[in-house]
Design a binder for this molecule. Structure first.
Ligand SMILES: NC(=O)c1ccc[n+]([C@@H]2O[C@H](COP(=O)([O-])OP(=O)(O)OC[C@H]3O[C@@H](n4cnc5c(N)ncnc54)[C@H](OP(=O)(O)O)[C@@H]3O)[C@@H](O)[C@H]2O)c1
Length: 319
């Protein structure tokens, strides 16, 4: 099987494949086969998070593939994320330790702060602490101190690269201004309807690679608004797909790579996992690219309503 070739180079010199398999909402029992099959197809990058609740099953699957001799640990690029209940500097090391244990590995390739809001820690099973009025319980944390803990974990060899997710420009700048190790990657919503050009350019200027989540428009996200157009049903995509004998999903993933974004489509279905991987055997014409660029409507599907009342809510800024 071929591995996926196009990659970005992180600020630590490490390469990250421009295609990975996403695993949000991939349930235990589903994610095992998805990751196992994705590795057989040629995926070498896996995106997960503490809060997805599937790190342990991904860890088991990776260990199995390593024991079978199909892959070596160093062939696989693992991204996972620090959840908001672990932002306090006293708890960061514990958050990292739990992910390492669950993933059955002694290092993580890329570790991101999942989102900029800080939650109170109640206990390990409570990822969304709420008070009696059903309000999220926030905590006061200086995110720069959280970042310093990540830097320590890099020094200890537990994390190879560190980065951010769902941070806006101002919040990224704060980390840039107060860090010894600069963020290597930003993971945010990005797709043909929402290419995030200003944020992408800002990251590029600062040597921060850019990962697109929701690359297919995340059709199964719980926060679907009925008025939102469905990206996978965009008529223009169907036209372009037909021209190349490809599917709309393949066009979306390939377009992101063409525009310098890492794409991490999620699927738990074998035929789709394979489909999302088979995107390098055609070339866009200049007209295709013009038409795809024109689809951008600055449409954010993910509003993160659950942290809208946090002082660190990221999406009130223009970008
Ligand atoms: N950092 C963050 O805050 C954040 C937020 C959201 C997502 N993410 C990451 O980004 C990954 C991708 O985002 P996402 O899962 O929200 O959305 P997505 O990848 O845009 O879309 C996934 C959905 O599309 C379906 N699908 C997959 N391949 C398809 C194909 N070829 N044709 C038609 N439908 C297809 C999947 O269904 P089936 O599984 O049923 O096939 C699933 O419902 C996540 O899994 C996660 O790893 C990160």
């Amino acid at each position: 099987m071929v591995n996926f070739e196009p990659s970005v180079t992180l600020n630590n010199g490490q390469k990250m494949p421009m295609l990975g398999i996403g695993t949000w909402q991939s349930k235990p029992n589903e994610v095992r086969d998805a990751v196992d099959y994705a590795i057989d197809v040629g995926y070498r990058s896996i995106d997960t998070a503490y809060v997805y609740g599937n790190e342990a099953e991904i860890g088991e699957t990776l260990t199995k593939k390593i024991n079978e001799g199909k892959i070596k640990r160093e062939d696989i690029f693992i991204t996972t994320k620090l959840w908001s209940t672990y932002h306090h500097p006293d708890r960061v090391a514990d958050g990292i330790k739990k992910s390492l244990e669950r993933l059955q590995t002694n290092y993580i390739d890329l570790y991101l702060i999942h989102n900029p809001a800080h939650f109170k820690f109640i206990d390990e099973s409570n990822n969304f602490p709420k008070d009696a009025n059903d309000k999220v319980m926030y905590e006061k944390v200086d995110i720069v101190q959280t970042w310093k803990e990540l830097e320590k974990a890099v020094d200890q060899g537990l994390l190879k690269a560190i980065g951010l997710s769902n941070f806006n420009k101002r919040q990224i700048q704060q980390i840039l201004d107060n860090s010894r190790i600069k963020p290597a990657n930003l993971q945010v919503e990005c797709h043909a309807y929402f290419m995030q050009k200003p944020l992408f350019e800002f990251c590029k200027q600062n040597n921060i690679t850019f990962t697109a989540y929701g690359p297919l428009g995340s059709p199964q996200r719980p926060s679907v608004r009925p008025e939102d157009p469905i990206l996978l049903k965009e008529p223009k995509l169907a036209e372009i797909a037909q021209r190349h004998n490809k599917t709309p999903a393949q066009i979306l993933n390939r377009f992101l790579i063409e525009r310098g974004r890492v794409t991490i489509p999620k699927s738990v279905h074998r035929e789709r996992i394979k489909e999302n991987f088979e995107i390098l055997d055609f070339k866009f014409s200049d007209d295709d690219l013009k038409e795809l660029d024109a689809l951008d409507k600055n449409l954010r599907y993910f509003l993160f309503e659950f942290i809208q009342d946090s002082p660190d809510y990221p999406f009130a800024d223009p970008y």
